[in-house]
Structures are given as structure tokens and as C-alpha cells.
Write a protein that binds this ligand. Structure first.
Ligand SMILES: C[S@@+](CC[C@H](N)C(=O)[O-])C[C@H]1O[C@@H](n2cnc3c(N)ncnc32)[C@H](O)[C@@H]1O
Length: 254
């Protein structure tokens, strides 16, 4: 993948988006959550009703619920919704997409989108989010990016054909249209500590690996295992601090 390819917004094939449903257990086990400083930014302190859109297995839903917010989750993949309901039985969960949100107009104070905006049809999603938000309500979009300035991270991401960075070009913002204002970006740096084998499992949850034929997938995960056990910065570690730069974008509905 060339540098210019990596900087281009990702508009993935539907098979990649649909792939999440088959690996929801692994996803829930090894994908990172979101640091409290990022959650603080995603939802304003006066919000009450929150939609966690593309909620997946509930990695962001959970800290939102823990803050006492009334959270509704929308997620298209059956396997992800099942994990979410098992984890957070008190949360109202709907099958739906960002382009067709199954909620009434002006029904929430805040919408959160974690690690998923790049799967959306941006104009359609922005219009739907504006519809379900109350005037003055907020949209919070977040990505956990591994810090590719760290050499082993860069090698790991190269194996996965992933830019740790942005599914959006560096320095650009989600396209939200005229319904939104006050668009801001804030970065939060932190580390997610994993066992080396969990770094291999993490690679297996990436959409690139999920859609490979089984033999190619196994070969890829073996290359990741070799990297994780032999890279000079990782060899011999039984816990690996994975450095993240969590990018938070916030905007307000006019
Ligand atoms: C990388 S996961 C993130 C899940 C969760 N928000 C998290 O932080 O762990 C991306 C999620 O987006 C969902 N998704 C894909 N396309 C979508 C769409 N058009 N509308 C809503 N959700 C979508 C997938 O099913 C998947 O659960």
C-alpha cells in the first residue's frame, strides 16, 4: 500500500463491514476500550439521552452506561448485538444503520460513533444523525489509532495492511454538512497492555484479516506471531504496552 493510499479515506467493501458479525467474541476480548479522557470529550456533562451508533459489542456503550447516561445502542451486525446484550442487558439495542437510524426525530442529546465512521456513507449518516439529535445536541466520533511512530507498531500495522492512522486523511475532518458546527479534534495518548498472544488475536479481529481465506489468514497470523515474539522491542515481554493516540472529533447540531 502506498503512502497516498494510506492517507485516502477508506470506503470499504460491504464484505468488510459485514465481517464483524463472525468474530464478535474475539472482538470483545482483545480490542481496546476508550480512555476516560476521551469519553469525557465525547458526551457533554449535561447530556441525558445518548445514542451509541455502530455500538458493536458495547466497548463504548459500557462506559457511557457507567456514567449514568440513558443509552440506546444501534448496530447492524447480529453477532455484535448479541455480545452487547449479554454484556449490558439493561441497554435498549436496535438493529439499524447510520444511514437509517431506527429512532424518532429529535430524540437524543448526544450521538457517539466509536471506530465506525469510516464504514458510513458520510452525507446520509450526517443527515440521519442531525435528524435524531435535539437542536444543540452533540456528535462525538472517535478512533483508537495505534501510534505508528513506534517502530514495532509500524511493522505490525504494515503486516495488516493498515494505517494506524486515520481512516480519514491526516488533518482532515469528518464531512458533516451544514447541520453541524463547532467541529473540533482532540488527541488523547494512552497505552493498552496486552499479552503477546493477544496481539496476535487482535490482528485476527481486523477487517483485513477477517475476510481472508482460512489458509491465508493463518499464514498472516503466523507472521504477526513471529513479529510479536522476535522484534527487538518486544522479545521476552510477557505484557506489551500498545501505544494509542485516540482521536476524538466533536461537533454540535445547529
Ligand atoms: C470496528 S467496529 C466498532 C464497534 C464499537 N463502536 C467499538 O468501539 O468497539 C465497527 C462497527 O460498525 C458497524 N457498522 C458497519 N457499517 C455500519 C453502518 N453503515 N451503520 C452502522 N454501523 C455499521 C459494524 O457492524 C461494527 O460493529
Amino acid at each position: 500500500m502506498s503512502a497516498s493510499d494510506r492517507d485516502r479515506p477508506v470506503r470499504p467493501h460491504q464484505a468488510h463491514a459485514a465481517s464483524f458479525t463472525h468474530n464478535a467474541d474475539e472482538y470483545a476480548a482483545v480490542r481496546p476500550g476508550y480512555p476516560p479522557a476521551a469519553v469525557d470529550l465525547l458526551v457533554p456533562s449535561d447530556a441525558h439521552d445518548v445514542l451509541d451508533l455502530a455500538a458493536g459489542t458495547g466497548k463504548l456503550t459500557e462506559p457511557l452506561v457507567a456514567r449514568g447516561l440513558h443509552v440506546v445502542a444501534v448496530e447492524p451486525a447480529d453477532g455484535m448485538r448479541e455480545q452487547l446484550t449479554a454484556r449490558l442487558p439493561q441497554v435498549e439495542v436496535h438493529a439499524g444503520t447510520a444511514e437509517r437510524i431506527p429512532l424518532p426525530d429529535a430524540s437524543v442529546d448526544a450521538v457517539t460513533v466509536a471506530q465506525a465512521w469510516h464504514w458510513f456513507d458520510e452525507p446520509a449518516a450526517a443527515a440521519e444523525i442531525a435528524r435524531v439529535l435535539r437542536p444543540g445536541g452533540t456528535l462525538g466520533i472517535v478512533w483508537n489509532d495505534r501510534d505508528e511512530d513506534v517502530p514495532w507498531v509500524s511493522a505490525y500495522d504494515a503486516l495488516l495492511h493498515e494505517a494506524a492512522g486515520p481512516q480519514l486523511a491526516r488533518g482532515t475532518y469528518p464531512t458533516l454538512g451544514n447541520a453541524f458546527t463547532d467541529v473540533l479534534r482532540t488527541d488523547v495518548r494512552w497505552e493498552h497492555v496486552l499479552a503477546p498472544e493477544d496481539l496476535v488475536r487482535l490482528a485476527g479481529t481486523r477487517s483485513y484479516a477477517l475476510v481472508l481465506p482460512p489458509d491465508e489468514r493463518e499464514a498472516l497470523l503466523e507472521r504477526v506471531r513471529t513479529l510479536v515474539t522476535t522484534h527487538p522491542d518486544l522479545a521476552g515481554l510477557d505484557r506489551v504496552p500498545v501505544p494509542y493516540v485516540t482521536r476524538v472529533y466533536t461537533a454540535r447540531r445547529r
